[in-house]
Write a protein that binds this ligand. Structure first.
Ligand code: MSP
Length: 517
């Protein structure tokens, strides 16, 4: 039987030089949401994250801490893994670049490209930014500093192996041209095209002035450049070297989700390495924007680093997940503030969503004895509009998801929530409840509300998995999401009359803001 191609998505591998912050959490939350939507759409998903553990930056931080780089990595990898658990990240694999499956792959690819004649030995003279692990030429520097992070750079003069990247500019441009959605958003695509059209230089891919890295095959003086090493994780985790069947079912990768600062590595260097190694290119690289904090760049020296563990403790995993994906269009920069988070918590989550569930369940308890009523389907225009609104979004989901338009999709979901809240005002079930002759109409309305909430639970699930589960539990739906699929959203009438609801406390108890006196 032919193996079905999986939907393969990746996050960057995080450096283990420090604890994770909101930027790292952001990429993994977005990736997790995508993974869960792909599940709903019926895909078999392979979702990879991990840690980038080699290189001079890690070696230096370890030295400063009086530990070995491996000890540093082992310590921090636990923190990353804990965070992914706290944030409900459903990754299928976690790769560390110090694992044998990876180091072997890196050596094999180095040898393959070397044998082909696309790696040669030379001498590197130029600049290097260790925090970014990036080589720079004199003319690229801005005021003698790293053009990306504005930190000090170091002069390097050392023997180095070079990768003939210059040779691949044309094939890369051709691939970008033939695949309009290879690089998204479109502004990033233009950026890459302009960069590659300026020509590509050969890339230094080994270092001799420190030791913490994968050795160049047959040359123990050199360690492989950390980016050449790290990018290859995407194939080492998908079985390139040791599991051809797995590789055939995962590669080419469907999407690498990254931040805009590492676009060139993913959309230029990585495809060139793959072209040289005769491996197909990934289908998409999506670069998201950066978070500032209350208008300022996030930095340790300013002391404004947003710590995801603290956010989860204060506001809960789902509110944090929701805020990050709702607040800005995925692909653009955003500004993080707790005030904005609290506002969204109180208005979107407590007021709109939480109240809709709570009010509906209260009424079902009061007017229907806590039982999902018979659907008499006495539907007037107002009901038909609600049904249409709730069921029609399903058809557009593949398009939103294909382009990672998370906030736009949330806006659409909230239109359903708002419509349902208005529906309660307009149909006024509390008045109908006083008139026995309106019982069938009342039951129809209650059924329509429960049914809308059931659909909402599926739509919301990839963004806020716990909340969605709680909604279903309260609605008395046994079927959880392993079995749910997108059809559940376009089909009306799946709530079974006669089953019991299970009202619990509010989903999002309002956060009282301390008033400044
Ligand atoms: N190790 C490399 C990636 C190698 S992938 C083969 C790396 N690691 S990192 O830990 O420095 O950064 C990982 C991700 O965090 C990047 O995608 C980066 O864009 C993201 N962010 C770091 N700071 C950020 C913000 N302030 N806002 C949003 N994302 C940010 O780069």
């Amino acid at each position: 039987m032919e193996n079905k191609k999986k939907f393969y998505l990746t996050t960057p591998l995080y450096y283990v030089n420090d604890e994770p912050h909101v930027g790292h959490a952001y990429t993994n939350i977005a990736s997790d949401t995508l993974a869960r939507y792909r599940h709903l759409l019926g895909d078999d998903v392979f979702f990879l994250t991990g840690t980038d553990e080699h290189g001079q930056k890690i070696e230096r931080v370890a030295q400063k801490n009086n530990e070995t780089p491996q000890e540093l990595a082992d310590r921090l990898v636990k923190v990353f893994k804990n965070l992914w658990q706290e944030l409900n990240i459903s990754n299928d694999d976690f790769i560390r670049t110090t694992e044998t499956r990876h180091t072997k792959t890196v050596k094999a690819i180095f040898e393959k490209i070397f044998a082909k004649g696309d790696i040669y030995k030379g001498f590197y003279e130029g600049w290097y930014c260790t925090p970014c692990e990036t080589f720079w030429t004199e003319t690229q520097l801005i005021n003698n500093r790293c053009p990306d992070c504005n930190r000090d750079v170091e002069r390097l003069q050392e023997q180095s192996y070079f990768f003939k990247m210059s040779k691949y500019a044309e094939p890369l441009l051709k691939y970008i041209d033939e695949n309009p959605y290879f690089i998204e958003p479109v502004s990033r695509r233009t950026e890459v095209i302009n960069f590659v059209q300026g020509g590509l230089k050969d890339l230094s891919i080994s270092r001799t002035s420190f030791k913490w890295g994968i050795q160049v095959p047959n040359d123990s003086e050199h360690v492989i450049y950390v980016w050449f090493d790290a990018l290859l994780n995407y194939i080492s985790a998908s079985g390139y070297l040791e599991d051809p069947e797995k590789f055939a079912s995962t590669w080419p990768c469907d999407v690498h989700i990254i931040g805009k600062d590492i676009l060139k590595f993913h959309a230029v260097i990585w495809p060139c390495i793959l072209l040289a190694a005769d491996i197909p290119l990934p289908k998409k690289v999506f670069a998201h924007g950066w978070w500032t904090v209350e208008g300022k760049k996030m930095s340790k020296s300013i002391g404004n680093v947003v710590k995801p563990f603290e956010m989860v403790k204060k506001y809960g995993t789902d509110a944090f997940r929701y805020f990050l994906l709702r607040e800005v269009t995925f692909g653009l920069d955003g500004d993080f503030s707790e005030t904005a988070l609290i506002q969204r918590f109180n208005s979107d989550l407590a007021n709109d969503l939480g109240n809709l569930l709570h009010r509906t369940l209260n009424m079902v308890e009061k007017y229907c004895e806590g039982i999902v009523p018979i659907n008499y389907a006495i539907n007037e225009n107002i009901d038909k509009e609600l049904i249409e609104k709730a069921t029609s979004l399903a058809a557009n989901i593949p398009e939103y998801i294909a382009h990672l338009s998370f906030s736009e999709l949330l806006v659409k979901i909230w239109e359903i929530i708002n419509k349902a809240n208005k529906y309660i005002e307009m149909t006024a079930p509390y008045s109908l409840a006083k008139k026995p002759e309106c019982r069938e109409r009342l039951f129809t309305i209650m059924y329509n509300l429960l049914e809308t909430l059931r659909i909402l639970s599926v739509l919301i699930y990839p963004f806020m998995p716990d909340t969605a589960m709680k909604m279903r539990q309260q609605l008395g739906i046994d079927k959880m999401f392993s079995e749910a699929n997108i059809k559940e959203i376009s089909t009306w009438g799946l709530m079974s009359s006669g089953s019991r609801i299970n009202k619990l406390g509010p989903l999002f108890p309002r956060i009282e803001i301390e008033k400044k006196v």
